[in-house]
Design a protein around this ligand. Structure first.
Ligand SMILES: [Zn+2]
Length: 409
């Protein structure tokens, strides 16, 4: 039984990356892709099959005669866990090394609780999943976790997170490793994790340069450049929620004035809905307020026949579209995927974002630009977290770093 994550040379990591992404590949094709002689390829592959990471089966397409043997990734070599921690919800999934989800858990969460309490609960859920599948905690070789705040990726620490102040510099990685000693733990901003999920299994699958914009309690953007996530110098690239869109706007929780997030995210939509209900500008919202005692973002989003509610949503889409138009002119992405709870409002919000981006961007930058709502729903986060965990295990740079600083990961 393997009780350690694979220790790989950089060439082995390269081979595994190709096999992992292509599903199955023959030795000859692999040698051609990497540019190795058959002899050097043989010793490299023998090493990987002896370690049990690769398996070779005779199931390739034959042009007559014996079926060629194909190399596959051994999905049962180890397991990974994806954790998607939102502002109000927690999603956890257990997957094999082929990223195939075998257990799934979702529940509401209160991020104001101490991280010790929340992570003890997370560890308990994972242990129950493993027990159910009769998998030892030592076989968990990777954990990927998305959190709703700015993360310094190299250390996995949240730095001054506005939505979760108790988590500032909290050592998530080492706490998880107390229970899962063989796991390499990667913590990243939730929107970055969503972008990895879209690249792996969503609309971003065929696009190398794209944004994923999450509109929920906050607003953030994951940036994919040439097929790789761009994290920036400290890990907080894409934090577009605090771009100023109105110098006379309301005070944001970050302390600045007129931030995009403070004017267009879920809470801003709900607040404007509440004001409209109180002022008698919307009969539907006034009725909801009288009945429920409050107005939620969903209430405004589902009041489809209400003019005021539609204006609130169109305004939110316009502000987001204006901020995105500047980014489109700067970056020229081929696709913008919209996700997060507020994106459930759907077409009216999407239409307003599209219209504004098209109006405010240069014609050449929007010629091939597609803007769509993610089709992955609540799976985007955990799918991304699992892909992040696997990437972290097999990433060349991280593999080298793990060898140099085995206790750092
Ligand atoms: Zn702000």
């Amino acid at each position: 039984m393997n009780t350690q994550p694979p220790i790989l040379s950089s060439n082995e990591a390269k081979v595994l990356e190709i096999v992992r992404k292509s599903g199955a590949v023959s030795r000859a094709d692999l040698a051609e892709i990497i540019g190795y002689s058959r002899a050097s390829m043989t010793s490299l592959i023998n090493n990987l099959t002896e370690q049990g990471i690769l398996t070779e089966v005779g199931d390739g397409l034959s042009s007559g005669g014996r079926k060629p043997r194909m190399l596959h990734f051994n999905r049962q070599y180890g397991y990974v866990v994806g954790i998607d921690m939102g502002a109000t919800s927690l999603d956890i999934a257990l997957a094999d090394f082929g990223a195939y989800i075998i257990e799934r858990h979702s529940q509401p969460i209160n991020l104001r609780e101490h991280p010790d309490v929340i992570l003890a609960h997370v560890r308990q859920i994972i242990l129950e999943m493993l027990l159910k599948r009769q998998i030892s905690p030592e076989k968990v070789f990777g954990i990927g976790m998305g959190v709703p705040g700015p993360v310094e990726f190299s250390t996995g620490l949240l730095i001054a997170p506005p939505l979760m102040p108790g988590w500032d510099s909290y050592p998530i990685r080492s706490v998880l490793r107390e229970t899962f000693p063989n796991a390499r733990v990667a913590v990243d901003n939730d929107v970055n994790v969503m972008a990895i999920g879209e690249k792996r299994a969503g609309l971003g699958n065929r696009e190398d340069n794209f944004f994923v914009v999450k509109i929920g309690t906050g607003i953030g953007c994951g940036i994919m450049v040439d097929g790789h996530l761009y994290r920036g110098s400290s890990g907080c690239a894409g934090d577009i929620g605090h771009i100023c869109v109105d110098r006379n706007g309301p005070v944001c929780h970050c302390g600045n004035i007129g931030c995009l997030e403070a004017m267009a995210a879920g809470p801003a939509i709900a607040l404007r809905g509440l004001e409209a209900a109180k002022r008698g500008q919307s009969e539907i919202l006034a009725n909801i307020l009288a009945h429920n005692g409050k107005i939620t973002t969903e209430d405004v989003g589902s009041a489809v026949a209400d003019r005021t509610a539609n204006e609130i949503i169109a305004d939110s889409g316009r502000l987001i579209g204006e901020a995105l138009a500047s980014l489109v002119n700067f970056f020229n992405p081929g696709l913008i995927v919209i996700g997060g709870g507020v994106s459930n409002i759907g077409d009216r919000l999407l239409a307003s974002i599209r219209r504004t981006v098209l109006m405010r961007s240069l014609p050449l930058s929007t010629r091939h630009l597609k803007i769509d709502i993610s089709e992955m729903g609540s799976d985007m986060g955990v799918t991304g977290a699992i892909a992040l965990a696997l990437e972290y295990i097999f990433d060349q740079k991280e593999v080298m770093r793990a060898r140099e600083y085995p206790y750092h990961t």
